[in-house]
Design a protein around this ligand. Structure first.
Ligand SMILES: *Cc1c(COP(=O)(O)O)cnc(C)c1O
Length: 310
């Protein structure tokens, strides 16, 4: 799953590593992303793009709404999204026949049938009823395809959360996103899954000074030194996707340096004078501070930040 600049990790960087590891299929949000990585994969699934005007052998286009069938160029490879309860995108079960016949009449290839879980990360029965809905859909699709003498499409339904809950995996592939990058947000009640975040954000020093006792630093002077302290600014700010930290919250880097005062657009201040500082190597503590999830912390990282594979 490489959408949104590979969850902020760098589209080309992660695509080239995925290829190295023998991965042949990728998923992106739109055509723009797909074009950037078309030479890395055999198949690229495009989740939501309304402006597909030319056919590509490599690209497989998700149809999220039955009307879209009539707007795609001939021969396009299509994955039909089925709404099994999330009620966000996809056609309903009773539109299956109409949709598959529509695809045939438009000379489009049905290469996949998919759904998406709305709460696979939660300890509840929701995952199970969506899964049983999808099982019925598979059976129905197979029946329709046999009637119409169409080749069978591939089936897929699992994101990271669902994948780790699926004991008898019987789809053709999974759409693993966040877990690829070392995070999982499943309820603590589930078995612990030992994943390690792969990304760390580093800042370089811009300047250093001694902040004298009672001097305050940054916009609004919200942090006041209670003793003389050496402080430096580093070249990471909210313009780079490192969000401002609420004044009631405290954040320390992995080495224990404190963010002092407000985060500026292009810099932040730490009680450090190291030349380079790791700002974070795990998005979860930051997600907690910002009352959000790891996904948001990593996908908001600016595309302009230099990515380096170690
Ligand atoms: C983003 C996305 C995924 C991946 O979800 P993760 O929770 O990151 O594994 C899978 N399927 C669809 C349709 C998505 O939009």
């Amino acid at each position: 799953m490489l959408k949104d600049n590979a969850y902020g990790h760098g589209l080309i960087e992660i695509a080239s590593m995925a290829k190295e590891f023998g991965i042949k299929k990728a998923v992106v949000k739109n055509l723009k992303e797909a074009l950037k990585i078309k030479d890395y994969f055999e198949k690229i699934l495009i989740l939501s793009d309304n402006n597909i005007t030319t056919y590509s052998h490599t690209f497989h286009i998700v149809v999220n709404d039955i009307k879209k069938i009539y707007q795609l160029p001939e021969n396009t490879n299509v994955h039909l999204k089925i709404d099994t309860g999330m009620h966000r995108n996809g056609i309903s079960k009773n539109q299956l026949k109409e949709a598959i016949q529509g695809l045939s009449s438009q000379n489009l290839n049905l290469t996949g049938v998919m759904t998406h879980h709305r709460s696979a990360d939660k300890l509840s029965c929701e995952y199970y009823w969506q899964r049983s809905e999808f099982k019925l859909i598979k059976e129905e699709v197979i029946k329709i395809c046999e009637q119409l003498f169409l080749p069978l499409p591939m089936f897929h339904s699992c994101n990271s959360a669902a994948l780790f809950r699926t004991a008898n995996f019987d789809d053709d592939f999974a759409r693993a996103g966040i877990a690829t990058y070392g995070y999982i947000e499943n309820d603590l009640a589930f078995d612990k899954i030992d994943l390690r975040p792969v990304l760390s954000l580093w800042g370089e020093k811009i300047s250093t000074r001694v902040l004298k006792k009672n001097q305050a630093i940054g916009y609004g002077g919200t942090y006041k030194a209670y003793k003389n302290v050496t402080v430096s600014t580093y070249d990471i700010g909210y313009g780079d996707g490192f969000l401002r930290i609420n004044e009631n919250q405290h954040y320390q880097t992995p080495k224990g340096y404190k963010v002092l005062g407000r985060v500026s657009m292009d810099s932040l201040s730490l009680d450090s004078d190291d030349e380079k500082v790791c700002i974070f190597d795990d998005a979860k503590p930051l997600a907690k501070i910002h009352n959000t999830i790891s996904y948001e912390i990593i996908t908001t990282l600016s595309t302009e930040l230099e990515r380096e594979i170690k």
